[in-house]
Design a binder for this molecule. Structure first.
Ligand code: DAK
Length: 270
């Protein structure tokens, strides 16, 4: 496995765990961190053996404490635009990773921390997790697409409440408003994330990737176009031996064993 400055990548049973590690700044997203993150995401996306990805923060306190405020303090408008473009490109890459992804939120996830968590498919929060978009309190607005992903996930009114007020919310409140899908005791966060990942691994990796594609792409379309797109992606399932294996196992009352061959790296087009 490659060595990175700010990340660890561990692979076990088709599950890659990516850990962001910048302890002196509570894993805040400096330009150097986001730049390396882009490489990590590209590398893991290419790994045939990885069927599910978990992303978490190093240490007991923070998932990601946001964009690097000390670095942003020095930025001029041109640097701000460059930082924003980089961040948005990387978060889009996360959102469109071919594998299903889980953010295991182990502590503070503020500003860019909430934004990066939202780029993953599913969020599991430790009971210690704290979310929020504190940017307006710093004289800026969310810059890693928080103004776009947050209302899409939790609705316009609640997103505005959080962004206008800079309010911090705990894990239970994040669960109540639908920002996270599960809250678990802090000490069992990684076990719970890995158990969910293992459950996903037991399904056809081909079908799971196609389901992700259908959901992500379809949500960007009008409903009729999205159902047509779903039909197209559904048809694509029949190009892979997982469909035969899954149905054979049912008919023969056995257990399907999926081999992860010929996984799609890019989105099937209409
Ligand atoms: N940036 C830089 N350093 C940070 C940091 C951050 N976001 N968060 C923490 N640190 C550093 C602290 O400065 C401190 O460093 P030293 O002073 O020891 O050198 C160290 O991490 C430990 O932090 P604390 O001493 O503050 O630890 P506490 O336990 O007392 O407090 C905290 C933990 C998470 C409550 C606190 O650190 C905190 O409030 N941090 C800031 C949280 C925050 O406001 N985050 C949102 C940042 S704004 C954009 C793209 C993205 C964004 C904006 C624009 N475009 C490209 C345009 C994103 C913006 C944001 O995320």
């Amino acid at each position: 496995m490659k060595n990175y400055e700010y990340f660890r990548v561990e692979l076990e049973e088709h599950i890659a765990v990516i850990t962001i590690s910048r302890p002196k700044a509570l894993n805040a997203l400096s330009t150097a961190v986001v730049t390396e993150l882009e490489t990590v995401i590209s590398d893991v996306s290419e790994m045939e053996d990885v069927w599910v990805v978990i992303f978490t923060g190093d240490g007991d306190k923070a998932f990601v404490a946001g964009g690097d405020i000390k670095e942003m303090y020095e930025m001029d408008p041109a640097a701000g635009i460059a930082y924003s473009k980089l961040g948005n490109r990387v978060l889009s890459k996360i959102e469109n990773m071919p594998q299903p992804t889980i953010a295991a939120v182990n502590g503070y996830a503020l500003g860019g921390g909430t934004e990066i968590a939202m780029a993953f498919d599913i969020r599991i929060a430790s009971s210690r997790a704290i979310f929020g978009q504190p940017e307006t309190g710093l004289g800026i607005i969310p810059g890693f697409a928080g103004t776009q992903r947050l209302p899409r996930l939790i609705g316009k009114g609640m997103a505005k409440l959080l962004i206008y007020s800079s309010a911090r919310i705990n894990a239970e409140e994040a669960y109540r408003i639908g920002l996270v899908q599960k809250v678990v005791p802090h000490s069992s966060l990684m076990d719970e994330a890995k158990a969910l990942a293992a459950q996903i691994v037991s399904c056809s990796p081909h079908a799971v990737r196609l389901a992700k594609t259908a959901i992500n792409q379809g949500l960007e379309m009008d409903f009729q176009s999205a159902t047509m797109y779903e039909a197209h992606v559904f048809g694509h399932c029949f190009t892979n031996e997982d469909q035969v294996e899954g149905m054979r196992a049912f008919v023969e009352k056995g257990k399907a064993v999926f081999n992860g061959k010929a996984l799609p790296k890019s989105i099937p087009q209409n």
